[in-house]
Write a protein that binds this ligand. Structure first.
Ligand SMILES: [Zn+2]
Length: 281
């Protein structure tokens, strides 16, 4: 600090640094050696260096958002969760992102052809996906139904409990995202187009097959294991008119799921013979 020569700077930040040095020079105890100190948590200066505290000081932490428990839940299908996770992080190669890397790419939505393809457009502002999402989820979600991505993620991020309906909601959401992304990729690569109706039937079958798989696993449990699991799941179905999809799902689920939807075996669906788009109509 003794060796510091005060300079004139144009940059106001550097002028502030000079002022701070002058202030510190006035406060220091004469004859005491300068030593390097590291600013740590709570702006406390220490001689010991902590990479963690230095990193925390350097970055601007974003608002906390914790959707992981609603994306990586037990008995989910890993590939659906993975694509949903990419969508949640806005890391899917949508038109608006691809155009930044390659100006020759067509950034328009291949499902409607009218708008720039963004994550939020694809899920579910696009007329094609909006109709599909309404058919799939409007009845299940009831008053919580929305087509806005931010609201959907916010809703899915809330603790949804172990109810049958909450599992179906999250599973249908992920199956829809995965299937729409596959349809979009197929169209971009010149494959045959699926109508909204065909895609609905495909997702409907995916969800029913998944629920059947869980139900079959439950049947293999011993009576004691089943008894331990019963009662953990609260069926929130209220007897209102349901769509075709939910009627089937709840009819299967009502029997005796227990909490198998929410425990263990979350990653085994990759080996099921009915996982995802491989399902035949
Ligand atoms: Zn579109």
């Amino acid at each position: 600090m003794d060796r510091n020569r005060c300079r004139r700077h144009r940059n106001p930040l550097l002028r502030q640094v000079e002022e701070d040095i002058k202030t510190e020079q006035c406060k220091r105890i004469l004859g005491k050696e300068d030593i390097p100190l590291w600013r740590g948590r709570g702006d406390i200066y220490r001689q010991k260096f902590s990479s963690k505290e230095t990193w925390e000081n350097m970055r601007n932490p974003n608002a906390k958002w914790d959707p992981w428990h609603s994306i990586w839940f037990s008995s989910a299908t890993p590939k659906f969760s993975f694509v949903t996770w990419l969508a949640a992080k806005n890391r899917l190669s949508t038109g608006d992102r691809m155009i930044k890397w390659n100006s020759n790419v067509n950034p328009k939505c291949v499902l409607c052809g009218d708008f720039i393809e963004t994550r939020d457009h694809l899920f579910f502002e696009c007329t094609y996906t909006q109709t599909l999402w309404k058919a799939l989820a409007a009845t299940i979600m009831g008053s919580d139904f929305t087509i806005t991505w931010a609201s959907l993620v916010e809703g899915m991020s809330r603790p949804l409990g172990k109810s049958v309906t909450s599992f179906i909601t999250r599973y249908v959401f992920q199956a829809a995202i995965y299937s729409i992304w596959c349809e979009r990729n197929g169209r971009r690569h010149g494959e045959q187009h699926n109508s909204g109706e065909a895609l609905f039937r495909k997702i409907d079958r995916i969800v029913r097959n998944r629920l059947s798989t869980i139900q079959n696993k439950m049947k293999k449990l011993t009576p004691r294991q089943r008894k331990n699991r019963e009662g953990d799941v609260k069926d929130e179905s209220d007897g209102e008119a349901r769509g075709a999809l939910e009627n089937v799902c709840v009819a299967i689920a009502d029997e005796d799921f227990g909490d198998d939807m929410n425990d263990g075996n979350g990653g085994d669906d990759v080996n099921d013979d009915n996982n995802g788009v491989a399902v035949e109509e």
